[in-house]
Design a binder for this molecule. Structure first.
Ligand code: C2E
Ligand code: CA
Ligand code: CA
Length: 598
């Protein structure tokens, strides 16, 4: 047996160490052994020095014995400045005693700790770092060293924060967007239930805004939007939320309402105030607005219903001649009836073979190759014509029919995929959309297993697209489901990325392969400078998490060139192709279309 003396602490002077052993080794065998130790020690020292991650080795009392170059690069402290000191010299004061107690508890009992620490650099900067601390024990089980390995995660944190802000705010007006508004609404509901009050929802739409844009230009249009926000804000309280829904639409949430007349007063004040001409770029521009009002709980209990009803009321105000407001009433909404009818028709659709799939090509931006297709469902009803998924998927989800429809989709996509595969077309990945409801009780996992068995489609060519909100609705279930799906060899991605709550700490745990940047952000490219920022941030995030990033909704050459410049990996969108039926897709592939655009 080869007995290698154990190095209890890493001595920076490795050659000195070898020399120390050298004296003891004389026979050829011993010299070989010496050489071996020498080489190995050199290798370890090289690993230590060249590691991109900062490393500190400290003794049993946690006094620093040595640090590597990366340590100095990251913290600004040289080895001389810290040797013999406790790593506490780097503490930032951001963590409390309980935090450190828990950390040491883990180190002493489990032998390691992993987590994020904010440390102070020599120049005073406090930066976040990802740490892993472990102990080295001797043969008697006593701790002889502490080993800390860390990297600076400032860039990742910044990207996270930027996405956090941009995905919750409108870039032009800096107002909260729909996601944040929904959040605020939910907080208001909780309060309302305690205090027995109501909530007013105002849907404000500027009249003839398009005319302003067309005659004075976009810049003037934008200035007018920003100025109107200033005017809208004059009539709302600190606790109210005003948000931009997109275009010239604003939604205002007024919590704590004791009588509906108070909300109507706000609406009429807004109308009067917006009617004053706007002085923009030397022009005096007059506009007006139409406002729809709905009340919680009378007109709906959830945000979507109230928003929809406020919007219906806004349309009623427009129909009545604009520049006015209307309170929602049931007659404004023929939709409820529509839903019942849809539900009944939906029940029969699978058996009557009214569904089919269309496929939208996806391209790799660097190799210009077709790498996959996204399967999208279509419903052709014999009397109603084509009913878009945006209309029937929500109804299928509400009524529990999505499980059955979802299984049909996966099965059809895999059956078709197998047919292409056998015919030597491709190979490429077929991506399928998965609804949150299909997650319940791991139903999706059973479905996928069943379908793969039934169709014999190679699992590595199947991809499941999950939405962020779906994943976050039941995190533990999502984590195990994703893991199990991946264990089958199936790929996974997060759809509509950036529109959900973007809880990035969880995102790191979801081991998906791809992020799909939501279309709305791609559309913002070229519309405003900040629009591009979020796309940049998401691509950067994908890179740090080593996920590939695909952009959807790529419609223009400008979108494409910008995405290429930002280092986006893949793209799909009308610029390349709309979703195609199978024969059209075959034609598309045979003619080599799409790739020629790149
Ligand atoms: P999604 O998953 O975000 O799908 C992308 C949507 O964007 C598709 O609409 C697609 O036709 C459209 N699109 C693609 N490229 C462009 C573009 O360049 N510009 C624009 N403006 N739009 C583009 P579609 O097919 O109407 O589907 C809408 C949504 O319905 C999908 O959004 C998805 O959430 C849902 N959906 C579709 N098929 C299925 C399905 O089989 N199962 C489930 N659960 N949901 C589905
Ligand atoms: Ca999708
Ligand atoms: Ca999407």
């Amino acid at each position: 047996m080869l007995l290698v003396p154990r190095v209890t602490s890493l001595n920076p002077s490795i050659d000195g160490l070898a020399a120390r052993f050298g004296r003891a080794f004389e026979s050829p065998r011993e010299q070989r052994l010496q050489q071996l130790i020498h080489d190995r020690t050199r290798l370890l020292a090289a690993v230590f020095e060249h590691s991109q991650e900062g490393i500190t080795v400290s003794d049993r009392n946690n006094n620093i014995l040595t640090v590597n170059e990366a340590f100095t690069r990251i913290t600004g402290y040289t080895e001389e400045e810290v040797v013999g000191k406790n790593p506490r010299v780097l503490a930032s004061g951001r963590h409390d005693k309980a935090f450190y107690d828990a950390m040491w508890e883990s180190i002493n009992t489990r032998g390691y700790w992993k987590g994020e620490l904010w440390n102070r650099c020599k120049n005073g900067d406090v930066r976040p770092k990802s740490f892993s601390i472990s102990v080295v024990r001797n043969d008697d089980g006593e701790i002889v060293n502490h080993l800390a390995i860390f990297s600076d995660i400032t860039d990742r944190k910044l990207a996270e924060e930027r996405i956090e802000f941009l995905s919750h705010h409108d870039a032009l007006t800096r107002l909260p967007n729909r996601i944040l508004t929904r959040d605020r609404f939910e907080q208001a509901v909780a309060k309302t239930q305690r205090e027995q009050t109501g909530i007013g929802v105002l849907f404000v739409d500027l009249d003839n805004f398009k005319y302003v844009n067309d005659s004075f230009g976009h810049q003037a249009g934008n200035r007018l939007l920003v100025t109107s926000v200033g005017r809208l804000k004059q009539f709302i309280r600190e606790t109210d939320t005003i948000s931009r829904q997109g275009g010239d639409e604003f939604v205002i949430i007024l919590p704590d309402i004791k009588e509906s007349a108070a909300v109507e007063r706000v609406a009429s004040q807004i109308l009067v105030n917006l009617a004053w001409p706007f002085e923009i770029e030397g022009y005096s521009i007059g506009i007006s607005a139409s406002v729809g009002i709905s009340f919680y709980p009378a007109h709906g209990r959830d945000f979507d219903a109230l928003l929809q009803n406020a919007e219906a009321a806004m349309y009623a105000a427009k129909a009545a001649g604009k520049n006015g407001y209307r309170v929602f009433s049931e007659e404004m909404n023929a939709d409820a009836l529509d839903k019942l009818k849809l539900k009944a028709m939906l029940r029969l659709a699978i058996d009557k073979r009214e569904f089919y799939l269309v496929y939208q090509p996806q391209f790799d931006l660097s190799t210009q190759r077709l790498i996959g297709v996204e399967a999208l469902i279509r419903w052709h009803h014999p009397e109603e014509g084509v009913i878009p998924p945006g209309r029937f998927i929500p109804v299928a989800e509400e009524s529990g029919m999505i499980g059955e429809i979802g299984e049909w989709v996966i099965n059809e996509a895999c059956r078709q995929g197998r047919e292409w595969f056998d015919a030597g077309i491709g190979p490429f990945v077929v991506a399928v959309n998965v609804s949150t409801q299909q997650f319940v009780n791991g139903a999706i996992l059973r479905t996928v297993k069943r379908v793969l068995e039934r169709t014999g489609f190679p699992p590595q060519f199947l991809e499941l697209e999950f939405t962020e909100s779906g994943l976050l609705s039941d995190i533990r279930n999502s984590l195990t489901t994703i893991e199990a799906v991946r264990a089958l060899g199936v790929k996974t991605s997060i759809d509509d990325f950036g529109t959900g709550y973007s809880s990035l700490s969880y995102l790191q745990q979801f081991k998906v392969e791809r992020l799909k940047i939501d279309q709305s952000f791609i559309r913002a490219i070229g519309a405003n400078a900040e629009g591009m920022e979020i796309v940049r941030a998401i691509i950067q995030l994908g890179k740090t998490l080593r996920l590939s990033v695909i952009a959807e909704g790529v419609e223009t050459e400008l979108h494409l060139q910008t995405l290429k410049k930002l280092g986006c990996d893949e793209a799909q969108g009308y610029l390349f192709s709309r979703p195609l039926t199978v024969p059209d897709l075959m034609k598309f592939i045979n003619e080599g279309k799409g790739a020629s655009l790149l």
